[in-house]
Design a protein around this ligand. Structure first.
Ligand SMILES: Cc1cc2nc3c(=O)[nH]c(=O)nc-3n(C[C@H](O)[C@H](O)[C@H](O)COP(=O)(O)OP(=O)(O)OC[C@H]3O[C@@H](n4cnc5c(N)ncnc54)[C@H](O)[C@@H]3O)c2cc1C
Ligand code: FES
Ligand code: FES
Length: 1337
């Protein structure tokens, strides 16, 4: 064996065409941190650090000497060890184009199609698409959505990204109606594809004729030096040594075996997709890893007559493409297993994961919900393993998977290759899985099943059934197999098999992962699905005579052409005036090139430190001691910050309650910040934080759930109540009374950029610069000043842009900025604090979970006469904005309905969970779900369509809300009517009912949901805004205002306002940042009021300036803008002005139960249609039509972006996003692997948005309306469409009338609510007889 270089070798690779040599590469360094911290290539973003979000996507290229080809693949830089890149060429977003030289067509198209809002996900989207195009210049739409499946975006709803990128696709934008038979391509239109008679009348959001063509000459060439390197085999063992880990890369199998013999149990690092997350998230430390990536035997493929041997080092993408080739080449009967593997591989992880994760790694990881292992085992695959003891073959069977992450392999054994047998005649293999999200998600239950029939019969000769997700590792249902073997494959045999299976695969009620009933039901329904598939195959082989049952086709997935309609500007509007036009987000291009600077992209300053936080591990406890001595001994650690270091206020006051910045004596939730460790690097600070020892004494009776809080009267005061009419009396005069309830889970903001801040002491007179990702710079300034006990004029807070916020970057950010400023104050050095995704999710709370109970009285004709609703929110351990949230809950509880007697009560429950805070919609998405569920129940009780009940009860004519605000619902009714018309409601309703009659296991559902959303702050002072506009001597204009740019496009709109008011092109106007030194005392960018308030302030400042220039214009009417500005300067006219907007005077008097808390209402309506798989609970939104009244849109592309993004966030809230807490109050769901936000696979297949034409709003700038929040609730139309489909499924089991379905309507809840014969077989565990894995908070 070649001896490893003890000094470590020199790592050599290329980034963006430039050679990188690293003499001291640390094996623990991932490419992402190397790019961002060392090379200052900050275009590649960090969103999760664990391969789950795609923000860090780069392209890796390698030369393959055997085939003399270059391969390109996308990969997550956060999981790519630097040391693995030896000999590779990496391309980052900076390498493909730049605004300074030339942008790449991918960058251009995503930007110009309005696919970049906050822009944080954009470089990742660009790189995934770019890597796809490098391999397939004209991809299909399926290729595109597959490439983007692992890239999360929290802003856009994906539609514009797909629309931008699909311009590269082969196919036209066919509507795909009627499977293409009668569609736009042959000149025909259907109800599914709105008539083209309207197309052409409405303007387009972007013009694809403007797009740059793809130009392959623009691509970087693969470095010839790397080709030479690859062609010249290096027999040397490579080694790299870091602070805690060494890396050895042998060149031969022999060496590998020797290394493994000397270091048994040392991991073989292949794709690092299991080892990496273990190190990062579970704190596993490996002093040594072996990287066998250069051992040729691990990558060899050889075919025999019986099957194919595949090298264990093959990536899952390579395996898939090999199997696809075999699938195409071999006769069908030989490819049953191959086909099943291909199918499973298509759903496993994301493209980026599959491009690096290996077959051997997947098998050896023995994950409980591995997708491949059950199929490989069911398919009788075997392994060829080697060690110093020699080679042996190991069957992949029930004896191989021995426990969580454990196999029958000996610690020194290496899997060299895997044998995948060809199937035989009469053999069928199936692979089925059910996951919380259709793509890029670990499965809840996953299975591989194989059956072999005696020749020419339907008698089972052999069968094997394996499941993942049903135990600590892959499990075999051998008793079930025994019950099947030797028998005829029919309903009777299978019926017996279900019973055996039920007994065989038992999960204890507290099993890790929860969802026990669902998982057990899935084992049955997946077997049933396999049964049906086999019956169909037997039928095709003419081995069953009777008509085979319903064919279970997968849910539809073809994306259709969508429509986005808005009113064009009037013909008389000047060409130069951009107001009302779909102007691209002003930073979209630099966001797409990676040049846009987010907080953590700011270069490190000299001597800068990093702050890592230490949080409580107990939900309710006294702090007995805090020992940081071990941390202080670690390399790089500089100091530890505790509450004693805070010179000023140690607490925040809200509604009379105090919140400590750093816990001193007591903690009240897991995740509460206790102290922080500052060190020279992030890694050192994190290592320091990990060894701070805090000892606790638990306090009795922590409260976690709403039920517990109600029982113990644990509330934050005040509670609120409101009543119109006389509810109690009214109940006595109604025909029917119904009582119901609905629970709704919380929601994590999941802004793609985690909480980030940098505090830089200026060095004199206590001055500090605070760079922070916040929606409210002035609050940061106040908070830092009072924490440090210095005047606000010493704190200058800067916000360039945020990578998303959604309400989550206000109060919690203020606390974090305060703590960071204490660290900077104490050390006298710049301190940066950027939360990891897991910390962010743990610490910062989110949307309030709500329990709503209601009693509703109504007449037989559907009129609702009285309703009494009680809301409880789970506020967590601090009051934060919870009282304001429960107020907004009551103020919106009428939604669009004129219920004459209406009573609401709301309370914020105080619990020992992290404190919840503002989140887009601020309680409205919760209150309205309860109200609309009540409407649905009334419809179900009366047996009438829900849309009729809604219609009957809507406000009509001059109306008054329950808090006595007068308004006109005319535009609400117009939205409703237009929406029904646009989506062809009644014909589609009929089609849905027909579909349901024809399908037993698949159901469709439809729902139409309206909204009336109040805009502005009831706290009147928050409605003010200011702006500062400078005109420079060269005529360029700098606008500053109080709003922050977080993707919602406020800077773009302000640029449009200034352009109109100053009568100059928007290109002359620049917006650099929001800062407290330019615009003081600003209000938060929230409540959908940013454009309304700041727009008026910018307008005011521009009007002042324009007026000042008036005399000069009159003197020289033909002069240019620049000439007027120059003249004004020489005439000593000030070219700088502030603008101010007082805002509407709003109020709410809770004692009198009346007020004017909103300036006006935004109205909207949404129709959704979904398709359900009743056996698995899976669903797909087939079509969405939204009509929204936003007055005269200032920027239709930005506003449509807000509508689509908010709808998608709502779709996530109501159907996908589920927070799980342990029984001791620990948040389990701390990253994208556990918490699923909508991905591209959740996009409605057809997603139409219409802005209501001819609407005017006298209360806001240029007659526009606020739109940031209202549409989020319309995502609930997916929930109600699901409920509609579930009702259809229940009716098959004879169940009618109202039924409970809490939000989110996850596959688990849907499947159980469908009440199929399979779910009904599962015995429910007695509540209270066990501790569930997770709390229902
Ligand atoms: C974001 C994300 C999503 C994922 N989604 C899914 C999913 O949907 N379905 C699913 O099934 N899996 C999923 N995975 C898991 C993924 O499939 C496994 O992590 C992967 O297959 C492991 O392969 P690797 O090459 O990365 O292994 P590594 O992480 O490099 O190694 C893992 C283990 O395998 C051992 N090992 C590797 N190769 C050999 C060998 N040749 N011989 C002996 N031991 C070996 C190593 O010693 C180590 O213990 C996901 C992972 C991530 C990070
Ligand atoms: S940061 Fe790499 S995938 Fe999320
Ligand atoms: S634009 Fe995609 S996350 Fe903001």
């Amino acid at each position: 064996m070649m001896s490893a270089n003890t000094q470590g070798d020199t790592l050599c690779f290329f980034i963006n065409g430039k050679k990188v040599t690293e003499g001291h590469a640390d094996p623990e360094t991932m490419l992402l941190s190397f790019l961002r911290e060392k090379l200052r290539l900050t275009g590649t973003k960090s969103g999760c650090g664990g391969g789950g979000c795609g923000a860090c996507t780069v392209m890796v290229s390698r030369y393959q000497p055997a085939t003399k080809t270059i391969i390109h693949y996308s990969a997550n830089a956060c999981l790519l060890p630097l040391c693995q890149l030896h000999g590779a060429a990496v391309t980052t977003v900076e390498g493909i184009g730049s605004s300074k030289t030339r942008i790449h067509p991918v960058q251009e198209r995503i930007a110009k199609a309005h696919g970049s809002q906050c822009g944080f996900c954009t470089p990742g989207m660009v790189m995934s698409t770019y890597a796809l195009l490098r391999n397939k210049p004209q991809p299909s739409l399926d290729d595109l959505t597959e490439a983007l499946a692992g890239n999360l975006c929290r802003c856009t709803g994906y539609r514009p990204i797909v629309d931008g990128c699909r311009t590269f696709c082969q196919e036209t934008n066919c509507c795909k109606a009627n499977d293409g038979a009668k569609c736009c391509l042959n000149g025909e239109e259907t109800a599914d594809a709105p008539g083209d008679e309207e197309a052409g009348k409405t303007p387009e959001l972007f013009n694809k004729d403007e797009f740059l063509p793809m130009d392959p000459t623009q691509e970087l060439i693969f470095p010839p030096e790397l080709i030479l390197m690859a062609e010249t085999p290096n027999p040397q063992t490579l080694s790299f040594h870091g602070e805690r880990m060494s890396w050895v890369s042998p060149a031969t199998l022999e060496e590998l075996v020797q290394l493994k013999t000397r270091h048994p149990g040392t991991p073989l690092l292949m794709g690092n997709t299991n080892i990496g997350p273990e190190i990062k998230f579970r704190g596993v430390v490996h002093p040594l890893v072996i990287s066998p990536g250069r051992v040729p035997e691990l990558f060899q493929v050889s075919q025999t007559t019986q099957g194919v041997w595949v090298g264990a080092g093959s990536t899952l993408s390579e395996l898939r493409s090999l199997l696809e080739q075999l699938l195409a080449r071999l006769p069908e009967e030989k490819t049953e297993l191959i086909g099943a593997l291909v199918q499973q591989l298509g759903n496993l992880g994301s493209q980026q994961i599959r491009n690096v994760a290996t077959l051997g790694g997947s098998i050896a990881s023995a994950l409980p919900n591995s997708d491949l292992n059950p199929v490989l085992a069911a398919g009788s695959c075997k392994l060829s393993v080697t060690s110093s003891g020699g080679r042996r073959e190991v069957p992949l069977n029930q004896d191989f998977f021995v426990g969580f992450g454990k196999t029958a392999l000996k610690p020194e054994e290496i899997v060299v290759s895997v044998f995948v047998p060809f199937s035989r005649k009469g053999e069928f293999v199936g692979a089925l899985r059910q996951a919380p999200r259709k793509e890029a998600s670990f499965a809840t239950v996953t299975t591989g099943m194989r059956v072999l029939f005696s020749p020419g019969s339907r008698v089972v000769q052999d069968v094997s059934i394996y499941y993942g997700g049903m135990g600590p590792t892959t499990v075999c249902a051998h008793k079930t197999c025994d019950a099947i073997v030797g028998r005829t494959w029919d309903d009777e045999t299978l019926g017996r098999a279900y019973d055996v299976l039920l007994e065989e695969l038992v999960l204890p009620p507290s099993a890790p992962g929860g969802k026990v009933e669902f998982r057990r039901a899935l084992t049955l329904s997946l077997l049933f699905k396999f049964h049906l598939a086999v019956l169909h195959k037997l039928s095709a082989a003419k081995l069953v005579g009777d008509e085979p049952p319903e064919k279970l086709l997968p849910l539809p997935r073809d994306i259709r052409r969508s429509r986005q309609e808005f009113q064009p500007v009037s013909e008389s509007q000047s060409e130069q005036d951009p107001v009302g036009r779909p102007m691209m987000h002003r930073s979209a291009i630099v966001q797409a090139t990676g040049e846009a600077v987010y907080c953590d992209d700011i270069p490190r300053t000299d001597g800068e430190l990093f702050l890592a936080l230490v949080t409580s591990s107990r939900a309710h406890a006294k702090i007995i001691s805090l020992d940081a001595s071990e941390a202080l001994k670690l390399p790089g650690v500089v100091d530890v910050i505790t509450t004693k270091d805070i010179p000023g206020k140690k607490v925040r006051q809200m509604f009379g309650y105090e919140e400590e910045l750093l816990a001193e004596n007591e903690v009240s939730c897991i995740g509460q910040i206790v102290c922080g460790v500052v060190a020279d690097t992030k890694a050192h600070a994190q290592r320091g934080a990990a060894v701070v020892r805090i000892s606790y004494q638990d306090l009795p009776d922590p409260v976690f759930t709403i039920q517990e809080a109600v029982q113990k009267s644990s509330f934050f005061e005040p509670r609120r109540a409101i009543e119109r009419g006389n509810v109690t009396d009214a109940f006595s005069s109604v025909d029917q009374i119904h009582e119901g309830e609905i629970g709704m889970g919380g929601q994590e903001h999941f802004y793609m950029e985690t909480q980030s801040m940098l505090v830089v002491p200026v060095g004199e007179e206590a001055e500090l610069n605070v760079y922070v990702s916040t929606q409210w710079p002035a609050l940061m300034q106040d908070a830092v000043a009072e924490t440090l006990d210095i005047p606000s004029n010493r704190v200058n807070c800067h916000v360039k842009r945020l990578g998303g916020a959604f309400g989550g970057k206000v109060t919690k950010t203020a606390n974090l900025a305060s703590i960071t400023s204490v660290a900077a104050w104490k050390t006298g050095r710049a301190v940066r604090c950027v939360l990891e995704r897991g910390e962010d999710m743990l610490i910062t709370g989110g949307r309030h979970p709500v329990l709503g109970t209601y009693k509703v009285g109504f007449m037989s004709d559907g009129r609702i006469v009285a309703a009494d609703i009680q809301y409880y929110t789970n506020a967590g351990c601090c009051v934060d904005e919870s009282v304001l949230v429960i107020e907004k809950i009551l103020l919106h509880m009428d939604n669009c309905y004129n219920i004459p007697n209406l009573r609401g009560r709301s309370a914020a429950c105080r619990t020992n969970l992290p404190s919840n805070t503002a989140f887009r919609g601020f309680g409205v998405p919760q209150t309205l779900l309860v109200v609309e569920n009540m409407m649905n129940d009334v419809a179900l009780v009366l047996g009438r369509p829900a849309d009729q009940i809604r219609e009957i009860n809507m406000y009509r004519g001059p109306s008054t809300t329950h808090y006595k605000l007068e308004f006109s619902p005319e535009n609400l009714l117009r939205c409703w009517d237009q929406c029904k018309l646009k989506c062809d409601y009644s014909a589609r309703r009929t089609a849905v009912d027909q579909f349901n009659q024809q399908n037993r296991w698949k159901k469709r559902g439809m729902a139409i949901i309206p909204i009336k959303y109040g805009i502005a702050f009831a706290e009147s002072f928050l409605n003010q805004a200011a702006a500062l506009v400078h005109i420079y001597k060269d005529g360029s204009v700098l606008v500053t205002h109080g709003g922050t740019e977080m993707g919602q496009g406020i800077h773009t709109k302000m640029q449009q306002v200034a352009s109109r008011e100053l009568h100059i092109p928007a290109t002359k106007i620049y917006i650099s940042e929001t800062s407290t030194s330019t615009v003081p005392n600003s209000c938060p960018s929230a409540a959908s009021f940013g454009t309304d308030a700041n727009g008026m302030a910018v307008k005011n400042a521009c009007e002042i300036l324009y007026q000042r220039l008036e005399p000069i214009r009159q003197q020289n009417p033909k002069g240019s803008w620049e000439s007027w500005v120059t003249a004004a300067f020489f005439q000593k006219i000030s070219l700088s002005a502030t603008g101010f907007f007082r805002g509407p005077d709003l109020y709410m008097d809770w004692d009198k139960m009346e007020g004017r808390p909103y300036a006006y209402f935004t109205f909207g309506c949404c129709v959704c249609e979904v398709e359900l798989d009743c056996l698995t609970g899976d669903s797909r939104t087939v079509r969405t039509d939204i009509v929204v009244d936003i007055g005269r849109s200032v920027n239709p592309s930005v506003d449509i972006g807000q509508i689509e993004g908010a709808f998608t966030q709502g779709l996530g809230l109501y159907t996908l996003e589920e927070l799980n807490f342990s029984p001791s109050g620990l948040l389990y769901t701390r990253g994208p692997s556990q918490y699923k936000i909508p991905a591209v696979c959740d996009m409605p297949l057809q997603f139409n948005v219409y802005l209501l034409p001819d609407s005017h709003n006298p209360h806001a700038i240029y007659s526009s309306k606020g739109i940031g929040e209202p549409v989020l609730f319309l995502g609930s139309s997916v929930f109600f469409a699901i409920k509609d489909a579930v009702a259809a499924s229940r009716s098959e089991s004879g169940l009618v009338g109202p039924f409970p379905l809490d939000s989110p309507a996850t596959p688990e809840r849907i499947c159980l609510a469908c009440a199929s014969s399979f779910t009904q077989k599962i015995p429910a565990s007695e509540p209270g007889s066990f501790t569930p894995w997770s709390l229902n908070i």
